[in-house]
Design a protein around this ligand. Sequence first.
Ligand code: COA
Length: 333
Amino acid sequence: MQGGIALVASGSATPSQKLTNDQLGLRVDTSDAWIRSRTGIGERRVSTPEESLAALSAKAGSAALDMAGWDPATIDLVLLATSTPDDLFGSATQVQARLGAKNAVAFDLTAACSGFLFALITAAQYLRSGAMHRALVIGADQMSRWVDWDDRRSCVLFGDGAGALALQSTNFENDGLLGFKMKSDGSRGNCLNLVDNGDSMSLVEGIRYRKGKFLPIQMNGQEVYKFAVREVPAILDELLTLSEITPDSLDWLLLHQANKRILDAVADRFSIPYEKVLSNLFKYGNTSAGTIPIMLDEAVREGKIRRNHLIASSGFGAGLSWGASLFRWHGPD
Ligand code: COA
């Protein structure tokens, strides 16, 4: 009997251009010491003008397919979580074409920094129902395109990157997705935005329209911080209780990489030792939908995450949106 999901393989890709805190200090009034102590970030990656989101995503996806040993033609779904597509109509189809996943349906999912987790859970439903057999879930963002590089309160946090996860349906006894929860609260959405604010234009006599043009990211850092340290422990607690899993049985805590202080606060809340808290914030900063799968991939390739390890993951961000999932790593056969 089908009905289960196996997390089979991972991949990731980041642009090669590195921007250190010291270099950022040449542009805005900040310092390496300030950024490190308030966020844990040391540097971030910035795509060149020529590097597309689709190319970065396909590179991550291709690495996951290589690890899985899958022919791209055997994938049924390419689900791309991103808020920074190359094309507002969606970038997933370009990723599908680059991968040669000719039998897959491909579409984008937008949920900001919760995007990867929401996409993983969405893809899992197609596999559970039996409608699909293999899925490639990609979380990718090029925040460098949309950050206000003159706003020191936000620009120090973000970077670019992509991560991917190959999922396969399996029998129910081997199900790797033990539970999940997702939440949204649009009434608090104005503390983190990337909004359309184009000019009002005349179309013909008596008809006006707004020409699309986005403002850079606007963020109330303190409000977002408070939201994260309140809601992430709450949703994880709900999920652990529901799943009858105690925090000490977790092998890893895999949180959205936004701020080291947020990671520490969540770990403290559950008395999880810091050695079990995965973090690569220092190298990449916040890559939005990219953080969780990039971190997962690094931990898998470093041999930290191994078969049957139990992982609690939580994503949170603009929307506001947040979610959590509990899964066991399977790895390639
Ligand atoms: N360099 C130097 N000083 C800076 C600075 C920077 N990059 N950014 C802000 N400051 C200054 C402020 O102007 C302020 O100075 P003032 O007291 O003279 O007005 C001071 O540092 C403290 O600012 P504050 O906003 O209180 O700092 P903070 O401790 O809250 O840290 C964040 C700011 C952004 C790091 C923190 O709020 C945060 O991480 N929030 C969550 C953001 C996030 O994760 N967003 C994405 C979610 S998906």
